[in-house]
Design a protein around this ligand. Structure first.
Ligand SMILES: [Zn+2]
Length: 400
C-alpha cells in the first residue's frame, strides 16, 4: 500500500509548499517550502503536482438533511408552501413514494458533499411514531461506511413536531440507538406550547447528556421569546457550547437593539446560530451576531427536496452567498467567512488532519468570492473528491 502522498506546489498564503500526507495516520506529516530541496528518503509515496492550486480548509456543513432529498431520483414537481401542517403532509407523501431507502439517498448526498470539499456534517434525521427509527438506522449504517472520510453528527429530528406528533418515546429510542443530539421544531408554530416543547427538549438533553439543535421558523416576537427561553434553559442546564438554534429568522425581523440584547444572551449562554443564508426572507444579521461574540455556522439545509428545488451541496458557494449578502468585500471580511464554514485553519501545520481542498484561485479570499470548482478534495489523506477524483489527473507519479 502507498503509505504517503506528496502534493507539490500547493499555494498557502501566497507561497508554494509541498505537503506530505500520511495515509496511516490521516494527518499532514510534513510541510516544506517548495523551493527547498527535499531529501530523497521518500519511500512508497505517490506524487502529485498541484501547480499552484490554492489550499482551502475542509468544510463543515452544520445543517443538512441526508434523508429528505431527491438527488438521483426522477424530477418531482413541488407545490407552493401554504401551511406548515400541509407541507409536512406533502413531504411525508413524497418521501413514502420514493423507491429508494434513506440509506441509498444518504450515500448519494454524502458523495456530493465530499466532491465539494465538505468532510464533516451535522445531519437532522427524521424520527416520528410512524417511520420509527427507520431513517436513523439507515443513516447510522451509512455513517459507519463513511468513517474516516466524513465525520457525521446526527440530530434526532421530530419533523412532525415533538409534542404534536407525540414523539417523546421515539426520540428516547433514537438517542439510545446512537443519535448525538436532540432536535426540535417550532415550539409555537407546530407544537403550540412553547415552554412545554422546550422543556421536553431539555428533558431529553439532560437524560441522554446530549446537545440540542432547534429548527426555529417561528417569526417575530414569538421567535424572540422562544430563543430567550432556549438560552435560559441552556444556561440552567450547564449546556454552554452544546446548543444551537437553526434558522432563527426572527433575529432579522425585530429591531437592532432587541437583536443585540438577545445576541449578548446567546453569547453568555453559549448558544450557536446555524444559518443556511436564505435570500428569500429575513435572516439573522450575521455581522451583528459575530460582533457580539455569538458563534455562527453555516449549513446547506434543503437540497432538492419537498421544501425547495434549490441547493447543490457546495458549502463554499454558500459562504460566498453569505459574504455577498452582507457586503463583505475587503480581504479581511472575506477571510472571516471561513470560520463559519470550517473548523480548520487556512494555514495548515504538520500534525493537522490531512483534510482540505485545492481550488484554482488567486488566494483564499478569491476562493470565497468566486467559489471555483474543487480540483481535489482530501480527507484523512485520501483523495475523496474534486475534479481529480473524476479522472482529470492521470499524471500521478508513484515512486517505489
Ligand atoms: Zn432543516
Amino acid at each position: 500500500m502507498v503509505a504517503k502522498t506528496i502534493l507539490k506546489n500547493v499555494q498557502i498564503e501566497g507561497s508554494l509548499f509541498d505537503l506530505t500526507l500520511d495515509l496511516m495516520t490521516g494527518c499532514i506529516a510534513d510541510i516544506v517550502s517548495s523551493d527547498q530541496t527535499r531529501n530523497a528518503e521518500v519511500d512508497l509515496a505517490q506524487l502529485w503536482d498541484a501547480e499552484g492550486l490554492q489550499y482551502l480548509p475542509a468544510l463543515s456543513d452544520m445543517h443538512v438533511h441526508l434523508d429528505k432529498h431527491f438527488l438521483g431520483e426522477p424530477w418531482k414537481p413541488l407545490q407552493p408552501f401554504i401551511t406548515l401542517p400541509g407541507q409536512l403532509a406533502f413531504e411525508k407523501q413524497m418521501l413514502e413514494s420514493l423507491p429508494t431507502r434513506a440509506a441509498e439517498r444518504a450515500h448519494r448526498l454524502l458523495q456530493l458533499l465530499l466532491m465539494n470539499g465538505t468532510t464533516a456534517i451535522r445531519t437532522h434525521v427524521d424520527v416520528d411514531p410512524k417511520i420509527g427509527l427507520s431513517h436513523l438506522e439507515d443513516v447510522l449504517e451509512v455513517r459507519e461506511h463513511f468513517k474516516g472520510r466524513m465525520d457525521i453528527e446526527i440530530v434526532a429530528f421530530p419533523q412532525q413536531g415533538l409534542l404534536r406528533s407525540q414523539s417523546m418515546p421515539i426520540m428516547k429510542e433514537a438517542l439510545r440507538a446512537g443519535a448525538d443530539l436532540v432536535g426540535g421544531v417550532d415550539p409555537a408554530g407546530l407544537d403550540g406550547q412553547v415552554d412545554a416543547s422546550l422543556n421536553a427538549m431539555f428533558e431529553l438533553s439532560a437524560e441522554f447528556n446530549a446537545g440540542v439543535d432547534l429548527h426555529l421558523h417561528d417569526p417575530g416576537q414569538l421567535g424572540i421569546y422562544t430563543i430567550n427561553r432556549f438560552a435560559d434553559l441552556t444556561g440552567e442546564a450547564g449546556n454552554s457550547g452544546r446548543t444551537a438554534v437553526s434558522h432563527a429568522y426572527c433575529l432579522g425581523q425585530v429591531s437592532e437593539a432587541e437583536t443585540r440584547l438577545l445576541a449578548q444572551k446567546l453569547r453568555d449562554n453559549g448558544v450557536s446560530i446555524m444559518t443556511s443564508v436564505p435570500i428569500d426572507r429575513p435572516m439573522p444579521p450575521v455581522d451583528l451576531l459575530l460582533e457580539e461574540g455569538v458563534r455562527v455556522q453555516v449549513g446547506s439545509d434543503n437540497i432538492l427536496d419537498s421544501w425547495s428545488p434549490f441547493g447543490n451541496g457546495d458549502l463554499l458557494a454558500r459562504g460566498s452567498r453569505l459574504a455577498e449578502k452582507f457586503g463583505w468585500i475587503t480581504d479581511d471580511a472575506l477571510l472571516r467567512t471561513y470560520p463559519l464554514l470550517s473548523s480548520a485553519s487556512l494555514v495548515p501545520k504538520a500534525g493537522d488532519r490531512a483534510s482540505f481542498s485545492l481550488a484554482r484561485a488567486l488566494n483564499a479570499q478569491h476562493a470565497i468570492a468566486a467559489a471555483p470548482p474543487r480540483e481535489a478534495v482530501f480527507s484523512g489523506g485520501m483523495l475523496v473528491g474534486g475534479c481529480w477524483l473524476r479522472g482529470s489527473r492521470k499524471d500521478q507519479v508513484v515512486l517505489a
